[in-house]
Design a protein around this ligand. Structure first.
Ligand SMILES: Cc1cc2nc3c(=O)[nH]c(=O)nc-3n(C[C@H](O)[C@H](O)[C@H](O)COP(=O)(O)O)c2cc1C
Length: 273
């Protein structure tokens, strides 16, 4: 199961250095290359993901690799509609405004959040108004929710692979420690997958918006026949990266990171590392 590719990569020295994969891992915002993900690579991703840590080795996760174009198309439609819905009812801006940055300078200052650095020229002078809680009218005038919804639908629909992670409700129990631990374990799986994908020349992007509209999330979970004793927790679109593909109409980047001094202390909170 994927073993051949693994050995070939290692022996041939093809495998990306671990540190390089960690630093190069990025959210893939653009469309992927028009190329199916090989079965060998799908198997390899699952095999590597299975080596992630979990509390008491409970392995609370199960995966669905969706490659059926019709199912991907249906999920894409739900993802696009979810984006429009979230924006139209104002929730998107209320919840996420605090993460938006509009210049390198702002990004440098906070070293967090996402920099909306790519949008049509006509929108540029209005960017702060559009991406604000009060920008609803301007946003509607420029059809921003539609643009973002269409982009989202197209990006998902054109992805050769959707990767779904579900957690067993035996472990994923809200308000119990096992629930917290199973989410941590899922985080470990996600990072393993992401690093492995990076090493294989693939990209990954979370598809989170349907998760904010419970009936949309349920519709996807039902479509994929996720059983009642499992909770679908994460959806990713995946594919091979092609740097020559142009960016979506409205796009962001988020490569800044806080410095070590700000992130970590020695011995006790506040003492420089
Ligand atoms: C729980 C979680 C949910 C996320 N949801 C989305 C999403 O819906 N769409 C998206 O493009 N990125 C999503 N992201 C990716 C983050 O925006 C991204 O990791 C962050 O901006 C850092 O950028 P990088 O991944 O390129 O390093 C999510 C990340 C996490 C951990």
């Amino acid at each position: 199961m994927g073993e051949k590719t693994y050995l070939r990569c290692v022996k041939g020295g093809v495998i990306m250095e671990l540190f390089e994969a960690i630093v190069n891992r990025k959210t893939a915002n653009s469309a992927f290359a028009d190329k199916k993900v090989s079965q060998e690579h799908i198997d390899l991703l699952v095999k590597l993901a299975s080596h992630s840590p979990s509390h008491f080795n409970s392995q609370p996760w199960r995966f669905i690799a969706v490659t059926d174009e019709e199912i991907i198309g249906k999920i894409a439609k739900i993802a696009g509609d979810s984006m429009v819905q979230l924006m139209d009812d104002g929730r998107f801006w209320k919840q996420y405004r605090k993460y938006f940055r509009f210049s390198e300078k702002e990004m440098e200052k906070t070293k967090d959040g996402i920099h909306i650095d790519h949008l049509p020229a006509v929108l540029k002078p209005f960017v702060r108004t559009i991406f604000s809680e009060k920008g609803g009218k301007v946003m509607a005038k420029f059809k921003v929710p539609r643009i973002l919804g269409n982009d989202e639908e197209k990006l998902v629909a054109s992805s050769p692979l959707l990767f779904i992670i579900s957690l067993t409700k035996d472990e994923y129990k809200k308000d119990e420690l096992s629930g917290f631990y199973s989410v941590i374990s899922m985080g470990a799986v996600i990072q393993t997958l992401w690093l492995a994908a990076t090493a294989l020349g693939m990209g990954m992007q979370f598809i989170s918006t349907p998760g904010e509209i419970p009936e949309n999330w349920k519709a996807i979970s039902n479509m994929l026949s996720v059983p009642d004793d499992f909770e679908m927790c994460a959806i990713f679109r995946m594919g091979y990266v092609d740097p020559s593909i142009k960016r979506p109409t409205i796009d962001w980047k988020s490569s800044q990171r806080k410095g070590i001094k700000e992130l970590a202390y020695r011995d006790k909170w506040g003492t420089e590392l």
